[in-house]
Design a protein around this ligand. Structure first.
Ligand SMILES: *Cc1c(COP(=O)(O)O)cnc(C)c1O
Length: 377
């Protein structure tokens, strides 16, 4: 089956005896046992729930993994992931990263005794120099949020192979529809399902996917023990969102390519970071490791005043945090997603008062462009 078919038809309720087309919401906290030492396969919904199992199975198959775990949010998934490590373990993360992940590393992981370092993942030799005998994992986002740097997943894997270091990829921006990190050598894929997988700005969710049996068992143990699992209703909404993943990703990307090219021509725009532009330094690498470029654009305008004006004057486009939904959203990374990143770090990465990020939706592109045009005038 091709991936767009999997999105639509890949999710089945294995208990179905009614012919229902959609997976039911098994809104039950607990399950009755047929007898002593007997189980239907379901005991208590923190351990297993049929609706959650259905969404886990489809996310695993989309990512070419054998197992997926569904969490209540993306951050819950990363927090659970960190439970794989112990005091003194060293983790290297992308130096440009989702703000919430940076906050977790700085304020929670360090307190728990992990040693956290950040590196530019586009520079493999610099990354190699940061590896120590205690390094246990490399955590990358590609493309990164918000600067859209791309890391070569296969090359990083090649560099760390036989070193006992896990390669973890946050695949939120491109989704398995465009990029499948496990097939490129990653050990674990992480998702904020809140974004493109759900796709409608109505549900929070997170996923971890792997095809390594031992890792899957450890993660499953952490999942059921720490308990941030996805509810049956939210699992249903994820399944429903994934059905249209392929057409949403295609349409949003088509819009993003047009918008990025339009932005390039505007006098008030001083830089456009979109991996689908030939001028992007990682355009060729993106073409090599992914089937598409996605729909996230970051751009810089000439002054702080223009940035504020755009945020205040947009009508159709919504000034809101988050991304990956059908609605076009514009974000001010400095004050929203990256507000907690120390100022010097933030500015060193190019996240300044002139930087805006757009998650391009699936509206008509003419409406999106005329809205941003009127807001910029
Ligand atoms: C949103 C996001 C997260 C966090 O996910 P939540 O569902 O908001 O907890 C992690 N990584 C990336 C790239 C994100 O965009």
């Amino acid at each position: 089956m091709k991936i767009d078919t999997v999105c639509v038809q890949g999710c089945k309720d294995k208990l179905n005896s009614t012919g229902a087309i959609s997976v039911p919401i098994y809104q039950s906290a607990t399950f009755a046992h047929p007898g002593v030492n007997q189980s239907t396969g379901y005991d208590y919904s923190r351990l297993q729930n049929p609706t959650r199992e259905a969404v886990e199975n489809i996310v695993a198959s989309l990512e070419n993994g054998t197992q997926a775990l569904a969490f209540s949010t993306g951050m819950a998934a990363i927090s659970a992931l960190m439970e794989l490590f112990k005091i003194g373990d060293h983790i290297i993360a992308s130096d440009d990263l989702y703000g919430g992940s940076i906050r977790l590393y700085h304020h929670i992981s360090k307190k728990n005794g992990l040693k956290i370092d950040f590196a530019n993942m586009s520079d493999i030799s610099a990354l190699k120099n940061k590896i120590t005998k205690d390094t246990r994992a490399i955590f990358i986002e590609t493309p990164t949020n918000p600067m859209m740097n791309v890391a070569d997943i296969a090359a990083i894997k090649d560099m760390i192979k036989d070193k006992g270091i896990l390669l973890i990829v946050d695949n939120t921006f491109l989704t398995p529809y465009f990029q499948q990190p496990l097939s490129l050598g990653a050990d674990i894929v992480m998702h904020s399902g809140t974004k493109f997988l759900g796709g409608h700005n109505d549900t929070l969710a997170g996923f971890l996917v792997t095809s390594n049996k031992e890792l899957a068992e450890s993660l499953r143990f952490i999942h059921k023990t720490t308990g941030a699992c996805l509810s049956p209703f939210d699992s249903f909404l994820m399944i429903r969102g994934i059905k249209t993943l392929a057409i949403r990703m295609e349409k949003a990307q088509e819009n993003a390519i047009e918008l990025a090219n339009w932005l390039l021509k505007q006098k008030k725009v001083t830089a456009v970071h979109y991996i689908g532009l030939k001028s992007h330094p990682d355009f060729e690498l993106s073409k090599k490791q992914a089937r598409g470029f996605g729909s996230m654009i970051t751009f810089e305008v000439a002054s702080e005043q223009i940035a504020h004006q755009i945020l205040e004057k947009v009508k159709l486009i919504l000034f809101a945090e988050s991304l990956g939904g059908v609605e076009t959203l514009i974000t001010y990374p400095m004050l929203q997603t990256h507000a907690d990143v120390p100022q010097n770090e933030r500015e060193a990465r190019g996240i300044n008062e002139r930087l805006l990020r757009i998650s391009v939706g699936i509206e008509n592109i003419d409406d999106i462009i005329s809205d941003i045009k009127q807001a910029m005038e």
